[in-house]
Design a protein around this ligand. Sequence first.
Ligand SMILES: NC(=O)c1ccc[n+]([C@@H]2O[C@H](COP(=O)([O-])OP(=O)(O)OC[C@H]3O[C@@H](n4cnc5c(N)ncnc54)[C@H](OP(=O)(O)O)[C@@H]3O)[C@@H](O)[C@H]2O)c1
Length: 230
Amino acid sequence: MNKHILLTGASKGIGFETAKILAGKNCNITVISRSKEKLDLLSESYKRIHTIAVDITRPDAVPLIIKHLTANQIQLDGIIHNAGLLINKPFRDLTDQDWENQFAVNLLAPVRLTRELLPFLKNGSHILHISSMGGFQGSDKFPGLSAYSASKGALSILTECLAAELASDQIFVNCLCLGAAETEMLKQAFPGFKAPLTALEMGEYVANFVLNGHKFYNGKILPVALSNPV
Ligand SMILES: NC(=O)c1ccc[n+]([C@@H]2O[C@H](COP(=O)([O-])OP(=O)(O)OC[C@H]3O[C@@H](n4cnc5c(N)ncnc54)[C@H](OP(=O)(O)O)[C@@H]3O)[C@@H](O)[C@H]2O)c1
């Protein structure tokens, strides 16, 4: 039986590459992002990729996803919470709305999705949070990224909490704190910086990890970076 993975943030960057690699490994994938045209590029190339174009922070996002899973009788082997927003602004200029937007995408949407999709997760399934080195305790921190890093830090700790709580359901939960990979988001965070990894290389790591990482780890917050994080 082929695995079915739900992946948020698949229209570009790391998620786009992760989707293609999973499809190449004969997985079925439901991908979610706001940009329908970019998602269509994936589903036109891979019949294993189902697309849902929706903003994951909208109240109608979860009902839409549940409708899709129910109509297609899909039970999930994994969820990758990859969609992310990065607001790069000095702390003194960040508004309440900025903080709310930052946490809505990076924390509250994964919380809501996981909670509502629990009935669709098989025994032995893997929830994977895509965090950042900025959300890893003790790592170097950078000006302008306080809201982003705080939201990713919260997602990291949520991993440990959910792993403890969902263990009795045989659902595994892990978190990858990614270092730099060449994407639009990286350009926004560190203009001019050349990342050591392409989005494809990072996508390959993420795809392999969602399929196999939970055989080795549960409730772990793992740095995925060459530099010493502490
Ligand atoms: N690249 C890096 O160096 C790096 C480092 C550390 C961590 N990360 C993390 O890795 C993940 C992927 O990053 P990336 O660099 O590939 O970013 P990216 O190129 O900016 O892609 C972000 C993805 O998230 C989707 N997204 C954003 N807001 C959304 C919303 N409200 N609803 C649905 N989808 C939404 C975007 O699609 P639409 O715009 O079409 O909605 C896009 O597909 C993020 O969580 C990021 O924080 C990246």
